[in-house]
Design a protein around this ligand. Structure first.
Ligand code: TMP
Length: 216
């Protein structure tokens, strides 16, 4: 049974998900909340191993096996890290979750979209763990590319993909947000400062935390 609060950050690389998740974790801890800060793919030992394979491995996956590998990582992460933290009443902050699979593998691949979305949906239903709130961060592609260049880290398989893939992923996230406006809060990070965005996110999360009185 779930007691805590499950919040995810979504969007393409370079929109500021990790920055905002880190800032929110610090602020919530200052307010006295217990916070579990985690990421996908990753967050548990098995899931981190799958992350290496999915992002930096040289073995090509078929599309459905890639989706299953993302879900294998997710099931392990949920069972070993996310659900235990939620049972303890913690606020779980996770950069990326199932919406990323829908956007990247479902819409991004551009291959037989509807059949893939049904496949992902079936896995998602058996996972039975959905975020209470999702912050979908957006920025122009020019801005995200500039941020990634400045970051100067090793590019993963998805970052190296062609531009049309990223366009489809962005459109996929838009569709997810349009289908679930109650859960998904869109924020453009191009023109606002990191601190301004953080303050808005914190305010919205604190409002939900107060509402969910079981958050310890
Ligand atoms: P990140 O941790 O730096 O955001 O990198 C994770 C990469 O994996 C990112 O390019 C998006 C991709 N990804 C998927 O393609 N599907 C998924 O389900 C998840 C969680 C991530």
């Amino acid at each position: 049974m779930k007691h805590g609060l499950f919040i995810t950050f979504e969007g393409i690389d370079g929109v500021g998900k990790s920055t905002q998740a880190d800032l929110l974790a610090q602020a919530l801890r200052t307010h006295g909340y217990k916070v579990c800060l985690t990421r996908e793919p990753g967050g548990s030992a098995a899931s981190e191993a799958l992350r290496q394979l999915l992002l930096f491995g040289h073995v090509p996956f078929s599309l459905r096996s890639e989706i299953l590998a993302h879900f294998a990582a997710r099931f392990d992460h949920v069972e070993r890290v996310i659900d235990p933290a939620l049972r303890e009443g913690q606020v779980v902050l996770c950069t990326r979750f199932s919406d990323s699979t829908i956007a990247y593998q479902g819409y991004g691949s551009g291959k037989g979209e509807q059949a893939l979305l049904s496949f992902i949906n079936m896995l998602n239903q058996s996972l039975d763990r959905q975020p209470d709130k999702t912050f979908l961060l957006k920025a122009s592609r020019k801005t995200t590319q500039q941020r990634l260049t400045e970051r100067n880290t090793k590019q993963d398989k998805y970052e190296r993909a062609e531009e049309s893939f990223h366009t489809r992923v962005i459109e996929g996230f838009e569709k997810i947000a349009a289908q679930d406006p109650e859960r998904v809060r869109c924020m453009d990070t191009t023109l606002q400062s990191i601190d301004d965005i953080h303050k808005q996110i914190l305010q919205e999360v604190l409002a939900v935390c107060t509402y969910v009185s079981s958050c310890a």
